[in-house]
Design a protein around this ligand. Structure first.
Ligand code: PAF
Length: 280
């Protein structure tokens, strides 16, 4: 596996590589969720490239950026063990040189949920993802369903800016108790880790309501909030039942929908989602 720290080096390493090239973009602190992306890419692509870069421009809170987990040597070992061909680990000045001032301004779907609660988040995500795509020119890129809104926003960007890259969604990987794998889980204390599966319990409630044909989403949201309120360490940021295409909040589950939530457990903010099928 070649480790590159500059855009020029990564481009050189990719020269003459067989297509399709599969890309996995990460912020490091890798876990089985990331490895699921790598493994799917490895099965489908003769060349697999990964990036590890904690993008400061997608954090609206400097304190959150400062405590984001980092272990680059371990990440590199994990990617090597999975047979990744090239890993790109740039420093900030490589991605945001002095006078950097060109941004991708994402549309409406980025303004809801995470976009509403973390202003500027998706502008930062789209800008760095576009730059990484321009570095690797991948044919495919793999993203976790766990960050459902990110996936939607990136799909829109690829479509609207005609980037010609297949965006592949990979199912969320969960712990035995339902907690979605996330790098942020590393920041949970023992007690917080015990409390964290409440996110999945609330999402399962939404799924049950949808399956039983409880169409009134106000009741579903209320039941989810009540479920989370029983957990003393949990504070709800948002609970949403929205159209799976537009993320517009629904009054009834009468079309493909996504239940999503953001909950702070102690001081760690976690997000998760499940797709909801209409009953019948
Ligand atoms: O999902 C992430 O880890 C990040 O948002 C991404 C896509 C690597 C962009 O920094």
């Amino acid at each position: 596996m070649k480790v590159c720290t500059t855009i020029a080096d990564s481009r050189r390493a990719l020269m003459g590589c067989n297509h399709p090239i599969g890309a996995i973009l990460t912020m490091g602190a890798l876990h089985e969720g990331h490895l699921a992306l790598v493994r799917q890419a490895r099965k489908e692509c003769p060349t697999v490239v990964a990036s590890i870069y904690v993008n400061p421009m997608q954090f609206d809170d400097q304190a959150d950026l400062a405590i984001y987990p980092r272990d680059i040597q371990k990440d590199i070992r994990m990617l090597r063990d999975e047979g990744v061909d090239i890993v790109f680990t740039p420093i900030d000045s490589e991605m945001y040189p002095k006078e950097f001032g060109m941004w991708v301004e994402p549309g409406k779907v980025a303004g809801r949920l995470e976009g509403e609660h973390r202003p500027g988040h998706f502008r930062g995500v789209c800008t760095i993802v576009l730059k990484l795509f321009n570095t690797f020119h991948p044919d495919r890129s793999y993203f976790g369903q766990k960050d459902a809104q990110q996936l939607m926003v990136i799909r829109r960007m690829v479509e609207e800016l005609a980037l010609g890259i297949d965006i592949i969604a990979v199912p969320t990987v969960r712990e035995h108790d339902g907690l979605a794998l996330s790098s942020r889980n590393m920041n949970l204390s023992h007690a917080e880790r015990q409390a964290a599966p409440v996110l999945y319990r609330a999402l399962c409630l939404a799924k049950e309501f949808a399956m039983r044909g409880q169409g009134n989403t106000a009741h579903v949201r209320e039941a989810m909030r009540e479920c989370i309120a029983k957990e003393a360490l949990a504070t709800v940021d948002y609970v949403s039942i929205a159209d799976a295409e537009t993320l517009e909040e629904l009054t009834a589950i009468d079309r493909p929908a996504v239940a999503s939530l953001a909950v702070t457990i102690g001081t760690t903010r976690l997000i998760d989602n499940v797709l909801l099928a209409k009953a019948g």
